[in-house]
Design a protein around this ligand. Structure first.
Ligand SMILES: [Zn+2]
Length: 84
């Protein structure tokens, strides 16, 4: 499994949250990553939205890390430097 990058907004620790949202007859789980410091979070990824074979936990981690990277790029490009 991938490693979570620091929060793009505050540098805090990203934490993977997994919830069992099963209903009778439907086994369902959802996953998302949330910053333990400022509370920023990714979209909630549920297994039903993805192919059965896909690792949704990994998708949530990827979404979080992609956001961290995008924000980092913007910062180095000189846009959105108001937080320094
Ligand atoms: Zn944060």
């Amino acid at each position: 499994m991938g490693t979570l990058k620091p929060c793009p907004f505050c540098g805090g620790k990203g934490v993977l949250h997994s919830r069992d949202i099963s209903r009778p007859g439907v086994h369902e789980k959802e996953h998302f990553v949330r910053c333990s410091s400022c509370g920023a979070f990714t979209n909630i990824m549920c297994q039903r939205c993805y192919d059965k074979t896909q690792d949704v936990k990994a998708a949530a981690i990827e979404a979080w890390n992609r956001r961290a990277e995008d924000d980092g790029k913007r910062r180095t490009a000189g846009l959105g430097s108001e937080d320094d």
